[in-house]
Design a protein around this ligand. Structure first.
Ligand SMILES: Nc1ncnc2c1ncn2[C@@H]1O[C@H](COP(=O)(O)OP(=O)(O)OP(=O)(O)O)[C@@H](O)[C@H]1O
Ligand SMILES: [Mg+2]
Length: 375
């Protein structure tokens, strides 16, 4: 096991020789973080934000244009991939097509000269854990996407490296298997505690597995924090709307001093927020409120909305509505949840109560969080 430390890692792509006119493109910029020994960190962010590039750089498959990388107390800038003792699960599996599943699982162990008996035991354990023990004689081409993904995961787990780098390792599994494998991964990590960096699009995976989450956008770190902190105190609109399903509702509004004007409706501004916003009366803001902090109200509440879509989810109903506006193009969508027995019908006009102490205020231009009551 080992710490993994990135110090100002930047990776540029494109012609470095200048022979072609291709412009350089910066995939990741000044990435700095340290994963303590044995911790589980998740990298999240929209497609193309640089998650795989970071993992590939740690694995030694990409060379950083600048910055330093440490695994344990060793600077590995010049250390080739095979000597870094990291195991990576690739987004596209990267299994050896000519080898059987068993041979794929054994490959890393053979390279490290693990003795045959031990090799067999480890492969059997991992294959059982990932429910691929009946597939050991098949070749990757004879497997489904989800099965290939489990073999790729098994190959990394069997190696017992110093560091795991997992690039969306569960993305092709069906819902049940995904839940099971996620729980299994958590269990495995609790048992062996190998330092792990995990890339995912799935916020449930990030929230449930990670000690810390790193949120990325356009190649730069936006926020690092514990899952609950990232969720409840997002540093920007982008983070607020990225984590959470359905995402935080965002409503354009004008601050009037003691209240926000939201599409012709008035929403009182909590006093603690007023203090933060005082210098900027009359300006536009983006207001944020999570769906779980809106409630249907029998009496006139804070906001009046028109129901547009009703999605029963079993235990609860996800309701989508619009704040009435002069033209339908201006109408603002808003989502909230309610109990099935309270569910309104499409076309109904209803009142919502807003938990005012859960409001967020974002800068319209930069998206930065300007204030929330809990901070
Ligand atoms: N070899 C390359 N040459 C040029 N650009 C590249 C190369 N590899 C990656 N990029 C660019 O760098 C950026 C980051 O790519 P990366 O694969 O790290 O994104 P990602 O966050 O893993 O996205 P996804 O969620 O879609 O897998 C993207 O804009 C991508 O097009
Ligand atoms: Mg990727």
């Amino acid at each position: 096991m080992a710490i993994v430390r990135l110090e100002g890692i930047t990776r540029q792509f494109g012609s470095a020789t200048g022979k072609t006119a291709a412009a350089k493109f910066t995939g990741i910029t000044e990435i700095t973080f340290e994963v303590p020994d044995g911790q589980f960190w998740a990298l999240v962010g929209p497609s193309g934000c640089g998650k795989s590039t970071i993992l590939r750089t740690i694995a030694g498959l990409e060379r950083a244009t600048s910055g330093d990388l440490y695994i344990g107390d060793r600077c590995v800038n010049q250390v080739p991939a095979r000597q870094r003792d990291v195991a990576m699960v690739f987004q596209n599996y990267a299994l050896y097509p000519h080898m059987t599943v068993a041979e794929n699982l054994a490959f890393g162990l053979q390279m490290r000269q693990v003795e045959a008996q031990k090799r067999q035991e480890r492969i059997a354990d991992v294959a059982k854990m990932l429910a691929i023990d009946h597939l050991l004689d098949r070749k990757p081409g004879q497997l489904s996407g989800g099965q290939q993904q489990r073999v790729a995961l098994g190959r990394a787990i069997a190696r017992q490296p110093q560091v795991f780098l997992l690039d969306e390792p569960l993305s092709n599994l069906d819902a049940q298997l995904r839940d099971d494998t996620r729980a299994e991964l958590k269990h495995l990590h609790q048992q062996v505690g190998i330092t792990t960096i995990y890339v995912t699009h799935d916020q449930v995976e990030a929230m449930t597995l990670a000690d810390q989450i790193v949120v990325l956008d356009q190649g730069r770190i936006q926020q690092i924090g514990e899952p609950q902190t990232i969720y409840s105190r997002p540093a920007s609109r982008m983070i607020a709307t990225f984590l959470g399903s359905p995402p935080m509702n965002i409503m354009r509004s004008v601050y009037e001093g003691a209240a926000f004007q939201v599409y012709g409706q008035r929403l009182p501004c909590p006093e603690t927020l007023q203090a933060k916003l005082q210098p900027i009366v009359g300006q536009s803001y983006d207001l944020g409120i999570r769906p779980e902090h809106l409630q249907l109200s029998a009496a006139p509440g804070h906001l009046q909305v028109d129901i547009t879509v009703v999605e029963p989810l079993g235990r609860e109903v996800l309701v989508r509505a619009k704040l009435p506006a002069e033209t339908s193009a201006q109408a603002q969508e808003i989502a909230f949840q309610c109990r099935p027995d309270q569910c309104p019908r499409v076309g109904d006009r209803v009142f919502l109560t807003v938990e005012l102490d859960q409001l967020f205020v974002f800068d319209v231009e930069t998206g930065k969080t300007l204030g929330c009551v809990i901070n």
